[in-house]
Design a protein around this ligand. Structure first.
Ligand SMILES: [Zn+2]
Length: 189
């Protein structure tokens, strides 16, 4: 079975400016290519799962979103660590859909299609719903990036025991290395 790394998009892959609806608004997060390349080189497949209520709110269209994704995927391809696939939820929170994180359906759908071993997979997010989605899907390694640096942390957000102030910090963590090692061991069996 295949190991996966699920990335939230805004706030993990690219800087979250609120709503990112055009290529001009894409600034990649510090260290993201290094991290994804490390995962890719350990036979881990890369996926992006993103809540995009900006579509439902009419801030940008699905076509705008797809254009941004095309751009992002092209850059990862150029760096030699292609993103395999992605899923997005265009709905408003009030629509109570089945796909918006913290619901796990985007992860579960990809897991089914690509035969993913979620117990040996990881997820990186910058919000509590991201992490809840990972836990509900059965992903073992869930990493929460702090939003403090961007000043966007919500005051009602519960504090998780582990919270990383950036991708480069996360990559030095024992838990990240455990995730990579878990995969290496599996690969040698
Ligand atoms: Zn949805």
């Amino acid at each position: 079975m295949v190991r996966a790394l699920f990335l939230d998009r805004d706030g993990v892959v690219n800087v979250d400016y609120g709503y990112v609806g055009s290529v001009a608004d894409v600034t990649f997060c510090d260290g993201i290519f290094e991290l994804v390349k490390t995962a890719y080189d350990n036979d881990i497949k890369i996926f992006i799962i993103t809540n995009q209520s900006g579509i439902g709110r009419g801030f940008y269209s699905e076509k705008d979103f797809l254009e941004v994704m095309g751009y992002i995927l092209g850059i990862f391809q150029d760096f030699g660590c292609p993103v395999v696939d992605y899923r997005w939820c265009p709905h408003l929170p009030s629509e109570l859909c089945a796909c918006r994180k913290p619901q796990p359906s985007m992860v579960l759908e990809l897991a089914k299609i690509y035969n993913l071993n979620l117990v040996k997979s990881a997820l990186i997010g910058d919000s509590v719903p991201d992490i809840q989605c990972g836990i509900r899907a059965g992903i073992r390694y869930n990493f929460l990036l702090s939003r403090d640096a961007q000043g966007k942390r919500k005051s009602n957000e519960p504090v998780f025991p582990q919270k990383y102030d950036g991708i480069k910090t996360l990559m030095k963590e024992k838990r990240w290395k455990e995730f990579l090692l878990d995969c290496i061991l599996e690969g040698n069996r």
